[in-house]
Write a protein that binds this ligand. Structure first.
Ligand code: CP3
Length: 347
């Protein structure tokens, strides 16, 4: 087996013989074998066992035949090193006992010590680097998305406390963004040093902001993160999450290679709004996996036809896979993407 670098090439807008595909949340509960492991260990327990975390990362690569692996971890893992206690609670998500809500809370956050506190994650990356025949994508949560958990203490619909802090204590907010920005930079740098071949910054919930507030309160930190990491010779992806279409024009100057877009904006429109310089990744509605196979293929075909109009297209969903997705359909979809795109790209 030779190394499949189609994902890296597409990120760099270089020619490929097929459209590369991976799925956000490709390791997860839709897979019965994953559910068996989850009966024994929690997500955090899996992450603390590098051999097991590597195995879970490899499961969807083997079963689905995707063109990239994504490290099995969670966006919350690095905040443990800042001194924040959290848990990932079944059917809820990240929960924080003592949310961060005051200047003193922000002051107490320690600088990240990746080697000292998160060595198990680096070890997982090193194990995978030896075994994989496709690139390993590592990731971090972006400062707004992480802050929303730290401040709300759990997943939120309206981000009331987050926005309250942002609007009413802008200096505290800025300090928090600075500290989380530093965390992300050190964390992703050590991923690449350990063998990560690309990374994605997940800003899953930043679409809750108006474009003006995004530019004032968040974009400076995102810009700094990509600028400071620009010396790393790996593709860099920014995923501004759900309902982020109106934020896309603000991203034009980012030193990223790829922008992930959700399904509310077309690939063509996503390219236009971001200025045409980036590769794009996305953007099938994950709930299309509930549709009959014929409709799913029809939509995938249309997406590929549109994506390959310009160099630099990576097939993905517009957001993560959900637990009810079917392994068979995902396998069929992946095969279809490979076969169909191979046919039309060789014409
Ligand atoms: O993509 C992958 O396969 C890699 C693994 C991965 C996980 N979390 C494992 C996980 C990735 C990339 C993440 C990122 C993550 N975590 C994000 C950004 C991506 C996105 O979906 O927008 C966010 C917002 C989180 C925070 C988080 N962790 C939530 C909201 C939940 C869901 C709670 C639930 O039970 O549905 C989690 C838990 C989590 N992280 C699961 C997995 C596989 C599901 C629960 C489990 O299997 O224990």
């Amino acid at each position: 087996m030779t190394y499949n670098d189609s994902f890296i090439r597409a990120c760099r807008k270089q020619p490929t013989d097929h459209v590369p595909v991976w799925y956000m949340r490709q390791a997860g509960r839709y897979d019965p074998d994953y559910r068996v492991i989850k009966e024994k260990f929690s997500l955090l327990e899996i992450c603390r066992q590098p051999e097991l975390a590597a195995e879970v990362t490899l499961m969807p690569v083997k079963k689905l035949g995707v063109d990239a692996a994504i490290l099995y971890s969670d966006i919350m893992n690095p905040v443990a090193s800042l001194g924040v206690d959290f848990d990932i609670v079944k059917n809820i998500g990240p929960v924080i006992e003592n949310p961060i809500r005051t200047a003193a809370d922000v002051d107490r956050l320690k600088p990240i010590d990746v080697e000292g506190d998160l060595g198990h994650i680096l070890e997982t990356i090193r194990i995978l680097d030896k075994q994989l025949e496709v690139p390993l994508i590592t990731f971090a949560g972006a400062p707004f998305t992480i802050a929303s958990y730290l401040i709300e203490g759990r997943p939120s619909k309206n981000y009331i406390r987050t926005k309250e802090l942002m609007y009413s204590q802008p200096q505290v907010w800025e300090k928090l963004m600075d500290k989380l920005g530093d965390m992300v930079i050190a964390y992703l740098r050590s991923h690449v040093k350990s063998g990560g071949k690309a990374f994605q910054l997940f800003d899953s919930w930043v679409g809750a902001l108006a474009p003006r507030d995004f530019e004032i309160y968040v974009l400076p930190t995102i810009t700094r993160i990509f600028a400071e990491l620009s010396e790393l010779d790996v593709p860099k992806i920014y995923f501004p999450g759900v309902s982020s279409g109106e934020l896309l024009p603000s991203l034009r100057k980012l030193q990223a290679d790829v922008i992930g877009i959700d399904w509310r904006v077309s690939i063509t429109e996503g390219r236009r709004r971001t200025g045409g310089g980036f590769a794009v990744q996305g953007n099938l509605d994950p709930l299309l996996l509930t549709a009959p196979m014929e409709l799913l293929k029809e939509r995938a075909k249309d997406l590929i036809d549109e994506g390959i109009l310009e160099p630099g297209y990576i097939f993905n969903l517009g957001h993560g896979l959900f637990p009810e997705a079917s392994l068979d359909k995902l396998r069929g979809l992946t095969e279809f993407i490979h076969e169909y795109s191979r046919k039309v790209m060789q014409k």
